[in-house]
Design a protein around this ligand. Structure first.
Ligand SMILES: *Cc1c(COP(=O)(O)O)cnc(C)c1O
Length: 389
């Protein structure tokens, strides 16, 4: 089976991990701060805080932004469930903003409409979480302008988007947001096995995340309620978690980061090749945008012509049977049973549901060969031929 996504682990990555295994520290040693410094240098953020996964990063980011009971958080329904669950972990209410039909990213015009209604109703959100779907940056300038007008904070779910560029800078520089998170799960753009990173330019937010990833404990005398009892002393001043990253993971991350730009360039070359090979089929291909570079985590095509719309499932099944691991990103979050039980009804976010009924993620990863890509294209052509009306 050709998978839809796959990690690329080299001998150099393995050597970096083995060196940590032979060293004194498996966790809380020098590798985590080294990886954090490398990521913040790479994406131009003031601070980077490594955590156990991006879900933990989203949770701690919401806590740092003081999301709690009675607050509202808005995100995109076309995302992984973690983008919404983080608000619920904090006791806040979650709501969604429908997406743009082409990119699947949160629609800025729908966001503006929803904000105007919310202002009239006194139900404005505290935090909006735009998701850079597939690694394609959202319209952050417009979202930032709305945040000034309506007074919400912006947390970028950049789980797909480390290595992406927006206007003149890398995603993660937080020029138009309060903070961003990256995921290093093996299917993502780069990996630490499991892992995540919180980035921000706000020293207060960074300090809160540093503390809450480690039980809410501080060893900084200036943060304590009284002078230390002695050199052993620490204080728990928040309720935190054990969301730490290990040195083993961080060493893998530092090694992977050195190849990130090459991997993204390769993903974009594969995408351009898909664009050429798929032209003329009854599909809409991923949209291109000016002034940005997608991290190209996913390559999503959409069945739009009436001849194939009803054949979504059949095309999926025949491609899987042909050994091509197509996937679907994403089942709209509000359609998940948990969310349905908590008050969301179907047909609330029509563009998200339309996206779901048409999208197919084709295999996209840096070690995908042109021969494999040709097999994917042939499989898709055959499936469309067999199932279109
Ligand atoms: C993968 C993913 C997450 C969660 O990342 P983990 O590191 O697996 O916790 C969150 N949001 C989006 C959009 C993702 O794709």
């Amino acid at each position: 089976m050709i998978p839809y996504g796959r990690q690329d682990v080299t001998d150099a990555d393995i050597a970096a991990v083995v060196a940590v295994l032979r060293s004194e520290f498996l966790t809380q040693g020098p590798e985590v701060p080294k990886f954090e410094a490398a990521v913040s240098a790479y994406c131009g953020s003031g601070y980077a805080v490594a955590v156990s996964n991006a879900t933990a990063a989203l949770h701690l980011a919401c806590l740092a932004l003081e999301v709690g009971r009675g607050d509202r958080v808005w995100t995109s329904p076309i995302s992984f469930v973690a983008s919404a669950n983080c608000a619920l972990y904090c006791g806040a209410d979650i709501d969604f903003v429908d997406v743009e039909p082409e990119s699947g990213n949160l629609s800025v015009s729908k966001l503006a409409d929803k904000l105007r209604h919310a202002r009239a109703a006194g139900t404005l959100p505290k935090v909006v979480i735009p998701v850079h779907l597939c690694g394609r940056p959202c319209d952050l300038v417009s979202i930032h302008a709305l945040s000034r007008e309506f007074g919400f904070r912006i947390l970028e779910d950049a789980s797909h988007a480390i290595g992406a560029r927006y206007l003149d800078g890398p995603i993660g520089n937080c020029r138009y947001s309060d903070a961003a998170v990256f995921s290093f799960h093996p299917v993502k753009v780069m990996t630490t096995g499991e892992g995540g990173m919180f980035v921000t330019n706000d020293a207060t937010l960074a300090a809160r995340v540093v503390r809450t990833r480690n039980h809410g404990i501080t060893r900084q005398p200036e943060e304590m309620t009284r002078p230390p009892d002695g050199p052993w002393y620490y204080q728990q001043i928040d309720l935190g978690y054990n969301y730490r990253m290990t040195d083993i993971q961080a060493a893998l991350g530092s090694s992977q980061l050195t190849r990130l730009d090459a991997a993204i360039a390769h993903r974009n070359r594969l995408a351009e090749r898909y664009d050429k090979l798929l032209a003329g089929l009854p599909l809409e291909l991923p949209p291109r945008a000016m002034h940005q570079i997608s991290a190209m985590h996913l390559y999503i095509v959409r069945l739009v012509s009436p001849s194939v719309i009803g054949a979504h499932r059949a095309i999926f099944e025949s491609m899987r049977e042909a050994g091509i691991g197509v996937n679907l990103h994403y089942i709209p979050i509000h359609l998940q049973p948990y969310y349905q039980q908590h008050g969301f009804s179907a047909a609330t976010f029509p563009e998200a549901e339309r996206f779901y009924s048409r999208a197919i993620s084709l295999p996209m990863y840096p070690t995908l060969t042109e021969e494999e890509q040709d097999l994917v294209v042939r499989g898709l052509k055959n499936a469309i031929l067999a199932h279109s009306r």
